[in-house]
Design a protein around this ligand. Structure first.
Ligand SMILES: [Zn+2]
Length: 349
């Protein structure tokens, strides 16, 4: 076991830079664990890292993949684990120092040297990965998720949980608007908001996606192709009040309408901007309506464990659109870029 298959790249670029090839199998340090990867889920992050993020350098060749499920293959000699070889696990993709001012209060995603597996260090587009023991999370035996669903869980659910519960502070009865239903974070947010007792509004350009969202509990469906001024529709449905919280991960293309959809004192929470980051903000709207714009990325380890309680007990469940073999990672990237998916895209080594 000294070589493994991996999908890696030697230079940034389009989907064709991904190369399915042999790579040395990593071996664990005393405080690390070797995990045999069964599935790895794609995120938009993968596309950004493959293309190259300005100001960020990665060690080449780089291996993408932040959302990993698998089984424990080897446990380092100094690891005190509550699991054994063969345990089904997922991996917390967040790497934090444990000693900075933010880590000391448990805010690990604010760590001054916060890094993400698959972005800053080699990730899961491979047959094996070595991770620190603290990043290994056992999947309970009673949990019904398969490996693809388990892989599709950590990044999207931790991100959605922090956005809605910690930043948005949603509660039962709130109106929550999720822009662009179909992506992993949006689908996780829809389900979390329903568990929290909110009424959930969703937008999409696809009636098919809206119908699927309805089956997951979405209350108000808005097609933003046929209703481009969707904030006016929201104004009508909420009796000229607006929604309590908007989750906007689209950015530039939807930002102004998202702000206009908020009630007085409402909150816009954002984990990113898939359509571009340079959005226009009408400051008059922000101060007069006393709006809050809250950024968030990933979550603390504590928040991840909170949302996993809902996942393990089947109260929320990751949605899978399609599974590709790891050797076809480039095709999977093209499919993600097209944006037609409803749910996660997963690679299987
Ligand atoms: Zn830290």
């Amino acid at each position: 076991m000294c070589r493994m298959k991996a999908s890696l790249f030697h230079e940034h670029g389009g989907p064709d830079v991904l190369e399915y090839t042999d790579f040395p199998t990593p071996s664990p340090e005393p405080d690390q664990v070797l995990v045999e990867i069964k599935a790895v889920a794609l995120n938009h992050l993968d596309l950004f890292v493959r293309g190259g993020i300005p100001g960020m350098t990665v060690e080449m060749p780089h291996i993408l993949g932040s959302d990993i499920s698998g089984v424990v293959k080897e446990i380092g000699s100094s690891v005190e684990a509550d699991y054994e070889v063969g345990q089904k696990v997922v991996i917390d993709p967040g790497l934090s120092c444990g000693t900075c001012e933010f880590c000391r209060i448990g805010e690990t995603s604010l760590c001054s040297t916060y890094r993400i597996i698959g972005e800053h260090v080699r990730g899961g587009y491979a047959e094996y990965i070595v991770v620190n023991s603290e990043n290994v999370i056992s999947v309970p035996k009673e949990c019904a998720l398969d490996y693809a669903e388990a892989a599709a869980t950590p990044l999207t659910f931790m991100t959605a949980w922090r956005l809605l519960m910690t930043k948005g502070q949603i509660r039962a009865g709130d109106d929550v608007l999720v822009i662009g239903i179909g992506g992993g974070v949006a689908l996780a947010a829809l389900q979390i908001a329903k568990v929290a007792g909110a009424r959930v509004f969703v937008t999409s350009s696809s009636d098919t996606k809206l119908e699927k969202a309805r089956l997951l509990g979405a209350d108000v469906l808005i097609n933003h192709n046929t209703t481009p001024d969707y904030h006016k529709e929201i104004w009508k449905v909420t009796n000229r009040r607006g929604v309590d919280v908007v989750l906007d991960s689209v950015g530039q293309a939807t930002w102004e309408r998202s702000l206009k959809s908020l009630r007085k004192g409402g909150k816009l929470v954002t984990p990113g901007a898939t359509s571009g980051p340079m959005a226009m903000t009408n400051v008059n709207l922000v101060f007069w309506k006393q709006l809050e714009i809250l950024g968030s990325t990933m979550s603390s380890r504590g928040e991840l464990h909170e949302v996993l309680k809902l996942v393990w007990t089947n109260r929320v469940r990751p949605v899978i659109d399609r599974i590709f073999p790891l050797s076809e990672a480039g095709d999977a990237h093209i499919f993600l870029e097209e944006g037609k998916q409803f749910g996660k895209i997963v690679l299987r080594p």
